[in-house]
Structure formats: C-alpha cells, structure tokens
Design a binder for this molecule. Structure first.
Ligand code: 1CP
Length: 357
C-alpha cells in the first residue's frame, strides 16, 4: 500500500461542523435536534416591543438595521438554531407598489381588493431593485450571524391571494373561494402573477445570502385536496422549482389532508401543524422506494402557556415521534402566541438540545 504522502492537500483549518438545521434539512442526523420557532421575533419579546415603539410594521421591514436587530433578538436570547428574516408576506406586494398596510391588532389590509380580471391585469410587476432594503438586511445579518443559518421566507400564492381578494384577514376565505370557483381563468392569472412576485422575493433573498427558505401557505388548509391540486399546487410548484441552491421548507396550517400534495410541490422539508403526530405525517409523506421525508414541527403554540411539566412532556413526545422522519427540525405547529413567556421558549431550546435526535 502506498502511504499517504505528507504533502497531501489538506484544508488550512478543520472545517466547522455543519449547522444542525442544515444537516437535518438534508435528511441526516445532526449532533442535537435543531430548533427554531415561527414568529420567534415579535411581540413575545420585550426588547422587540421596545425597538418597534412608534415605528409602523412596514417601515420597520424596509429599514435594514432594524430588520437586522429584530432578527437577532431571539437568536441572542434563546440560542435557537436558525434566524428567520424579520419581514412579512406582504412586503413584496408593498415593494411592487400595491396598496397594503399592516394594521396593528388586525394584520394586512389591502386598499383596493383584487376581485376582477381587470384588477388582476393591472397588478404591477416586482423588480428586484425594489427589494434593495431586504437584500441589505440579509447581508447585514449574514455578517452578524456567524454559523447560525438565516432562513428567508415568502407567502405562497394562495395565502397572498386570500389577503388580496378578501382585502384583509379572513376566517372562511369565502370571496377567495367564490372567485376560484366562478372564474378559474382570472384565478389562475392572479396566482400566476403572485407566483412570479413570490419567486422574485425569494430569489433576491437567496442571492443576498439566506441559507434556507420557507414558503408559508398558511391558509391552504382551507381547501380540499382536490381543489388544492387544481387551483394551488401548480403555482406553488413553479415557485419552488424556480428557487435553487438552498433547502426549501413548505408549511401550512390545517394541512393534514394536503401533506402528500404539498410534498409534490417540491420542497425538501414539509412543515406540519400540531393536529397530526409527526410519525403519522411521515407515513402520509412517504413515497414507496423514496427517501424518508424530512419534517418540521409541531408543538401546539398554546402548550407553551401550560405548566412546565406539560411543555416538557409534549416536547419529548414530538422529538420521539420525529425520529420516524429522515430528518426533523423542531418547531411549533404555527407561530409563537404574543402572550408566550419568552423564558419558556429559552427553556424549550435547552431541553431540545439535551435530547438525542
Ligand atoms: O405590529 C406588529 O408587530 C405586527 C405583527 C406582525 C409581525 C411581528 C405581522 C403582521 N407580521 C409580523 C412578522 C412576520 N410575519 C414574520 C416574522 C418572522 C418570524 O417568524 O419571527 C413572519 C414569518 C410573518 C409571515 C406572515 N405574515 C404570515 C405567515 C406565517 C403565519 O403566521 O401563518 C402571515 C399569514 C402573515 C400575515 C400577517 N402579518 C401580520 C399579521 C398579524 C398577520 C396575520 C393576520 C391574519 O390572521 O390573517
């Protein structure tokens, strides 16, 4: 046998261990289970309420230094395994010049709801340079974050369409569904336009340095699987196919019946809400002969308001059930509730890091 010569090329320094979140997203087993929380930045944190004082939400989203500070707050406080860019799903619509405001206590409100063929035809396009403030925030964050990955995100075409058609938050999405069923041509034109805007929003974030993206189709669970496949899946698939080079997470609420269809949209990781145990979600996501699916989730955000014993029991159960997956990113089943005690979030991170993946 030839001995390996001393002059063999070696890296100058030992490579840093890859971030646990990136290992899990690739379907492998990291040193400890990775954990982050949807809506980890925001009203549960006193330091967030302090820096946001007097600054409207959308103004904050277009101020790179503030986006950087707010994104860093939960990373510093909780030691989570990822940062998520502080922004909102309506930011690309606002950047394109569509009249949307975020009203405190309500959410996004649209000045002129989009309900006709003419309104869809009149939607502006989004140019990448209209997102310069977001790209600058991403660059500032990469310089601060070190080895902690930065997640970028966007709203999926259906969830964005719901806000544009309803004019604001909606419980039953009735106008959205009415348009979808009565005028499929206008519907598909609207979703195609939103898919293009969403793709640009994600591509700008990836080009600026985000290492993972999450596509939020928060309200897709309002649809049956048949309607999801016909009216939504082609558009979300187009977005996911156009974003390359980073792992992709696809998430919705109440989507237990949609999981196989959402997997077909093409993300690497499927987010699961709290309604379905992760081992059952894995069963639904498994393709015979295919790789074991990678999942994210799925602690009920309301559990964080219960006694610590209950929180600990639920966290351990979720990590146990997640072992059925090819990889598991621990998270909530939806966003942190504003009245959550941040000390509980920090304790959950410590607990998850003490467990075996
Ligand atoms: O003044 C404030 O503090 C406004 C509250 C707020 C915040 C903190 C809104 C208005 N958006 C955000 C930030 C935000 N939005 C993040 C931050 C990053 C993090 O996770 O830490 C993210 C990922 C979003 C994405 C978002 N916005 C979604 C998808 C995720 C989800 O929760 O389902 C949705 C549906 C929105 C719309 C929206 N924006 C804001 C509100 C209150 C809502 C929901 C309104 C509704 O119920 O329909």
């Amino acid at each position: 046998m030839t001995p390996v010569p001393d002059t063999a090329a070696r890296p100058a320094e030992p490579a840093a261990a890859p971030a646990p979140l990136l290992v899990a997203a690739a379907g492998a087993t990291p040193a400890h289970p990775p954990v982050w929380f949807m809506r980890q930045a925001g009203r549960s944190l006193p330091e967030y309420r302090e820096v946001r004082e007097g600054i409207p939400m959308l103004q904050a989203c277009f101020t790179p230094e503030l986006v950087c500070e707010i994104t860093m707050q939960p990373v510093r406080r909780h030691g989570v395994d990822a940062a998520i860019l502080f922004s909102d799903i309506v930011v690309p619509l606002v950047a394109a010049g569509i009249g949307v405001d975020i009203v405190p206590g309500t959410g996004p409100v649209v000045a002129e709801p989009v309900r006709t063929e003419a309104a869809v035809a009149g939607l502006p396009e989004l140019r990448p340079d209209q997102l310069d403030a977001v790209a600058q925030a991403v660059r500032l964050l990469r310089a601060e974050l070190g080895d902690t990955p930065l997640i970028g995100f966007a709203g999926a075409p259906f969830t964005l369409a719901s806000y544009l058609i309803e004019g604001g938050p909606s419980r039953h999405h009735e106008r959205t569904k009415a348009l979808m069923y009565s005028d499929p041509a206008t519907w598909h034109a609207l979703l195609a336009a939103l898919a293009t805007i969403t793709t640009t929003f994600l591509q700008v974030q990836v080009a600026a340095g985000v290492q993972v993206v999450q596509l939020f189709d928060s309200w897709a669970g309002a649809l049956s699987e048949r309607d999801y496949r016909e009216f939504v899946l082609p558009h979300s698939s187009r977005v996911l196919a156009a974003v390359q080079g980073v792992p992709k997470i696809h998430f919705g609420v109440g989507t237990s019946e949609l999981l196989p269809a959402m997997r077909e949209a093409g993300a690497d990781v499927v987010g699961v809400d709290w309604r379905l145990p992760l081992d059952e979600a894995v069963r639904r996501l498994t393709v015979p002969g295919g790789p074991a699916p990678v999942v994210q989730g799925n602690l009920d955000p309301a559990v964080l308001l219960a006694d610590w014993d209950a929180v600990e029991r639920e966290v351990r159960r979720i990590v146990d059930e997640g072992r059925a997956a090819g990889g598991h990113i621990v998270n909530l089943g939806h966003g942190v509730l504003p009245n959550t005690d941040p000390a509980v979030l920090t304790r959950v991170v410590e607990l998850v890091h003490s467990l075996t993946p």
